[in-house]
Design a protein around this ligand. Sequence first.
Ligand SMILES: Nc1ncnc2c1ncn2[C@@H]1O[C@H](COP(=O)(O)OP(=O)(O)OP(=O)(O)O)[C@@H](O)[C@H]1O
Length: 229
Amino acid sequence: MKINQLEIKHKGDTLVDIAFEVKSSLALVGQSGSGKSLTLKSLLDMLPESMELNIKVDSAIKLGRNGDVSLVVQNPFTALSPLTKIKKQFFVSRERIEQLFEELGLELALLDRYPPELSGGQLQRVVIAIAISQKPKLLLLDEPTTALDPQTRINIIELLKELQKKEGFKMLFVTHDIASAESLCEDICVIKLGKLVECGTMASIINDPQNEYTKTLIEANFANRKYRE
Ligand SMILES: Nc1ncnc2c1ncn2[C@@H]1O[C@H](COP(=O)(O)OP(=O)(O)OP(=O)(O)O)[C@@H](O)[C@H]1O
């Protein structure tokens, strides 16, 4: 899926002006306020009415709310309706739910529970199951592991890679965390203040960043990881 132009304006200011291609999995990495969430919202047709979108897409994937795109949000604790049993939050056949629960390593008994009765890792797997239940061609991931503990974060990333092989969707993963991006995605674009500073394969950018901002992001992320260890 190729986005030849994606420009978001608000009251005369250009908040985002980028172009990118999602071949198999692309990480869009940048600090807070760089335009990652707005980019995802624009692909789902969920921008605030006050914003203007100019988008040129070269793709068979249909974007928008009723398209072939699905979103996994940052916080699984608030993503689901707390007073509705898990099984009632799906809109696909029982057979498809059972297939997904098997693929995601979830026990079927969880279907009869309410969201507050699940752990963070279980909840995020349910949120992913719901997001891919209708077989999207593109899965948008908005920092899906930020609210989770480090081990659960690693498990979810590994699971997403397995699911991509089985279900065949493309992934666009937005994050400020280069380490997570590196584990999940083949390609990366670095975004700063709504503009791309560099794009390439993950290995080429991590091993040989050309831009000073990318170098700072990499150093900050990996120094932070060493510190945590
Ligand atoms: N509803 C809005 N009205 C006006 N400006 C907005 C609105 N939403 C976002 N912005 C601005 O657009 C820019 C990009 O915001 P965005 O939420 O996409 O950043 P982000 O990279 O996702 O940050 P974070 O990692 O903190 O979620 C910021 O300058 C932000 O202040």
